[in-house]
Design a protein around this ligand. Structure first.
Ligand code: IPM
Ligand code: MG
Length: 337
């Protein structure tokens, strides 16, 4: 069909293929004008091609500029870099964004919550530089560069300005990591001066976590380095209702990978039974990114109807449906949505 947008699809490992299948079928039923370029990556690609991230994956994303991805499996203790992190670095996807809002039809402790976590994703604790100094002593090196800090601060402020948001909070631990986090904070302050219409403040990460749990409505956009962002983004996803509520997107300057957030353990524990929303929410964010928001709204309404009825939902939502059956229920509601 002409006018179709090509998107790279990376089903990934574990529950990934079942989640990807659910999204592909829901999108087809909603006549979303997307053509998928499906790429095998992760464990399966490691076995067949000797690389968890095959060259054709990178080439595909550089061509399509947008991808939807499940999780690439990792074995703890394995020496090679986590492939999910490696992919972000290879594609220079430096800004991981979680827009934290509740999902229509799902209960949340904090109704109407609306905040955004912007996380630097290529360096800091995620630089992946570790070595054994002597037996029994290991050093992990946190790399902080002015370039990456300024780039993520600019991204956060530009995002806030474009979305009409009022406040940016830099989250750090500069009272302990005086040089690295101090540099991050300095870069954020410098960028903040270019955005006088947006209020800027900074918070130490532990205090930010406490305030988030007590009153998350005090927050708007937050920006932080990789590891704090990993923790805070999951904390915020929990505030909004748990897995499958908050989308995750990793942006480079001219490309974006929309990602499912899950890890290997639940993937193994829930064969066939995983909640399709885990990938669907990120796929809906991708549609909005592509200017296909009307399709996203229609699918959201159908999903909200299924959630509201509460019968054809997966176990984590109190039902007995498997991934496919819940996707079928969403498809069945598309007409009425
Ligand atoms: C996330 C995930 C990843 C991370 C894992 C899968 C490498 O937890 O996207 O938050 O740590 O960044
Ligand atoms: Mg995480």
């Amino acid at each position: 069909m002409s006018g179709e947008r090509t998107v790279t699809l990376i089903p990934g490992d574990g529950i990934g293929p079942a989640l990807a299948d659910a999204v592909v079928r829901i999108f087809a039923a909603a006549a979303v004008p997307i053509a998928w370029e499906r790429i095998t990556a992760g464990d399966q690609a490691l076995r067949s091609h000797g690389a968890a991230i095959p060259a054709e994956l990178i080439a595909s994303v550089l061509r399509t500029r947008v991808a939807l991805k499940g999780h690439l499996a990792v074995r703890l203790g394995e020496e090679r870099e986590n492939p999910n992190v490696a992919l972000r670095k290879l594609l220079d996807l430096y800004a991981n964004v979680r827009a934290v809002q509740s999902f229509p039809g799902r209960t949340s402790r904090y109704p109407g919550l609306d905040l955004v976590v912007v996380r630097e994703a290529t360096e800091g604790e995620y630089a992946g530089i570790e070595h054994r100094v002597v037996p029994g002593v290991v050093e992990s090196i946190k790399v902080t560069t002015e370039r990456a800090c300024t780039r993520i601060a600019r991204f956060a402020f530009a995002y806030a300005a474009a979305a009409g948001r009022k406040q940016v909070t830099a989250v750090h631990k500069a009272n302990i990591m005086k040089r690295s986090d101090g540099l991050f904070l300095e870069c954020c302050r410098a960028v903040a001066r270019d955005y006088p219409a947006i209020a800027f403040r900074d918070l130490i990460v532990d205090n930010a976590c406490m305030q988030l749990v007590m009153d998350p409505y005090r927050f708007d956009v937050m920006v932080m380095q990789s590891f704090y962002g990993d923790l805070v983004s999951d904390l915020c996803a929990g505030l909004a209702g748990g897995p499958g509520v908050v989308p995750s997107a990793s942006f480079g300057d001219d490309r974006a990978v929309f990602e499912a957030v899950y890890d290997d353990a639940p993937a193994a524990a829930a064969p066939g039974g995983a909640n399709p929303m885990i990938l669907l929410v990120s796929a809906l964010a991708m549609l909005r990114h592509l200017g296909l928001g009307a399709y996203a709204e229609r699918i959201t309404a159908a999903t909200a109807a299924v959630l509201g009825e509460g019968r054809e939902v997966t176990r984590d939502l109190g039902g007995t449906a498997d991934t496919r059956a819940m996707a079928d229920a969403i498809i069945a509601r598309l007409g009425s949505g």
